[in-house]
Design a protein around this ligand. Structure first.
Ligand code: GDP
Ligand code: MG
Length: 163
């Protein structure tokens, strides 16, 4: 069985960009419209000799009770239930938001192994781009740029070690 990595985070943090980079496919829709990818989306990737499955999700919107956003949260929960490891993505440019905290609480309750990843960190110093995310209590964040590829291979190797 290939290990399963779920990409979780609020809309627009770069989940689909990372998914595309990991699977090298154009399948997941990347757009400037937040939350455009509304279905769970499976892909296969490989780092070195190690194959894995990755699930893209539409984005966790914890406050909505009905409609499309609620559906997206449900799908994220299903993806987390199926995952061996969760990559929890936050946005280093926008910074910490209340939704990030709600997702943290949900992930903690899920009992899954979680890696906290600060995306969009290209051109930024580790200490400044990560500082506010320590508040989430998930230890040292990984920093990546999904768009540029910085840190992505290392992140996946570490995540497979935890899976
Ligand atoms: P999703 O909603 O979490 O799937 O986010 P997307 O992958 O659709 O990306 C949302 C926006 O963030 C798009 O405009 C991306 O081009 C942009 N983005 C994604 N990764 C990066 C990154 O590493 N750096 C920067 N600067 N922008 C990024
Ligand atoms: Mg998306």
């Amino acid at each position: 069985m290939k290990p399963v990595i779920a990409l979780v985070g609020r809309p627009n943090v770069g989940k689909s960009t990372l998914f595309n980079r990991l699977t090298r496919s154009r399948d997941a829709l990347v757009a400037d419209l937040p939350g455009l990818t509304r279905d769970r989306h499976y892909g296969e990737g490989r780092v070195g000799e190690r194959p894995f499955l990755v699930i893209d999700t539409g984005g966790f919107e914890p406050v909505a009770k009905d409609g499309i956003m609620h559906e997206m949260a449900k799908q994220t929960k299903q993806a987390v239930a199926e995952a061996d490891i969760v990559i929890f993505i936050v946005d280093g440019r926008q910074g910490l938001t209340p939704h990030d905290k709600t997702i943290t609480d949900f992930l903690r309750k899920s009992g899954r192994s979680v890696m906290l990843v600060v995306n969009k960190s290209e051109g930024m110093k580790y200490t400044s781009v990560t500082a506010e995310f320590y508040e989430l209590g998930m230890g040292d964040p990984y920093v990546i740029s999904a768009a540029h590829g910085d840190g992505v291979a290392d992140l996946v190797e570490e995540s497979l070690d935890l899976a």
